[in-house]
Write a protein that binds this ligand. Structure first.
Ligand code: AMP
Ligand code: ZN
Length: 114
């Protein structure tokens, strides 16, 4: 998608601190971390938001959970705990309209979220 910032990051047109890549998925450190570990995991396929995922994306979305588990283990937050967050549309605070999963950990999280 033309001016999508995450598509540009995936293509390397905007720099990022990459932590994982395979043929379908890209993961990088959030530029404004909200926890000691804050990674964004995104499909390379541009999907605006979670509401737009279709049956065809089931395997892709499942794979993102597997990548989150792998990165949580690598970053040492698997046992202490972590949160995987997907914001969708205005009330959630979604800012970037390329679906992404926030992997957050390394500190005690509050519930309910703000
Ligand atoms: P959301 O509010 O769920 O749409 O989250 C968007 C996230 O993208 C925020 O946590 C931002 O800090 C992050 N972000 C925006 N631009 C960049 C960038 N260039 N590199 C890394 N993370 C970014
Ligand atoms: Zn995009």
């Amino acid at each position: 998608m033309g001016d999508c910032i995450f598509c540009k990051i995936i293509k390397g047109e905007i720099p990022s601190k990459k932590v994982y890549e395979d043929k379908d998925i890209f993961a990088f450190e959030d530029i404004n971390p909200q926890a000691p570990v804050h990674i964004l995991i995104v499909p390379k396929k541009h999907i605006d938001k979670s509401l737009d995922a279709t049956d065809q994306d089931k395997e892709l979305i499942g794979s993102i959970f597997m990548v989150a588990n792998k990165l949580a283990k690598e970053k040492g937050i698997a046992e202490s705990g972590f949160r995987l967050v997907v914001n969708c549309n205005r009330d959630s605070g979604q800012d970037v309209f390329h679906i992404h999963f926030h992997l957050l950990g390394g500190r005690k999280m509050k519930w309910p979220p703000g």
